[in-house]
Write a protein that binds this ligand. Structure first.
Ligand code: 13P
Length: 268
């Protein structure tokens, strides 16, 4: 890989788990065991826990993310939260998670507007894409993901596109205990970068970190990080467990240091 070494990122998606008080306590406990500055670490609690988690993580270097953002800035949208409202609470936001595509009917176009709002407001979007099992079995996984990217990122590349992160989360691997093969995830990461380049998002194509998500654990994270095209993980169930997070981030730190060392060595 040419150019600057990409960061290694571990993002915890707590989904609809934890009250604010529980989130603060869990964030504090996890922070104590993932003190690895070589890894970009992000915790995404439910909205109501953002402030408490931000406070619990102050001074740790661990960043806070939201799990969603509305595509408008303000207005008659009951129950929704806009990008300006997240300022000071979160610096990342997950956009287009498959659970929102499924349960809230989010389309690629809508998700693209969320990504745009996040970028405009200095939030780093983690754009989640991934195919259904039937798509993979039919050999259409890369085509489906490329179409998701085209639908969401159809417009011109914004100047701040370098803060974009893509999470490849095959739907059949989420919450099932059935993770993808590292090699398949790596092939998809390459396909994602080619799709971004075809869309004209050239800076993003070169620099975008691609994370894998779907039944990631401390036991299998190494299979993904062994692939040079994969830059970390978006972790669901295991991210609520202190020991799992300790193991995942410890393994990610090995990769981060190795990649930085290789880059330093080869570039003198
Ligand atoms: P699991 O790690 O529980 O499979 O969830 C993955 C995910 O959806 C993260 O966003």
């Amino acid at each position: 890989m040419m150019g600057a070494v990409r960061p290694v990122i571990v993002a915890a998606n707590w989904k609809m788990h934890t009250t604010a008080a529980e989130a603060a306590a869990l964030a504090g406990a996890i922070a104590a065991v993932i003190d690895e500055p070589a890894v970009t670490r992000v915790i995404c609690p439910p909205y109501v826990g953002l402030a408490a988690v931000r406070d619990a993580l102050a001074g740790t270097g661990i960043e806070v993310g939201a799990q969603n953002v509305h595509h408008e800035l303000a207005g008659p949208f009951t129950g929704e939260v806009s990008a300006p409202m997240l300022q000071g609470l979160a610096s990342w936001v997950i956009c287009g998670h498959s659970e929102r595509r499924r349960d809230a009917g989010e389309t690629d176009a809508l998700i693209g507007r969320k990504v745009g709002r996040a970028l405009e407001h200095g939030l780093r979007p983690i754009l989640a894409v991934g195919e259904q099992l039937a798509d993979r079995q039919a050999g259409r996984a890369e085509e489906v993901v490329a179409a998701q990217l085209a639908g969401a990122l159809g417009g011109p590349e914004p100047a701040v596109a370098e803060s974009l992160v893509i999470a490849y989360e095959p739907v059949w691997a989420i919450g099932t205990g059935r993770n993808a093969h590292g090699a398949d995830a790596a092939a998809m990461a390459g396909s994602i970068r080619r799709a971004l380049a075809r869309l004209g998002w050239r800076d993003a194509a070169e620099r975008v970190p691609v994370l894998y998500g779907g039944s990631v654990t401390a036991a299998n994270i190494g299979e993904f990080l062994a692939e040079p095209s994969i830059d970390g993980a978006l972790v669901g169930g295991a991210s609520l467990k202190i020991d799992e997070m300790a193991g995942i981030v410890a393994r990610a730190a090995l990769t981060a240091r190795a990649r930085a060392g290789v880059q330093g060595g080869s570039n003198g």
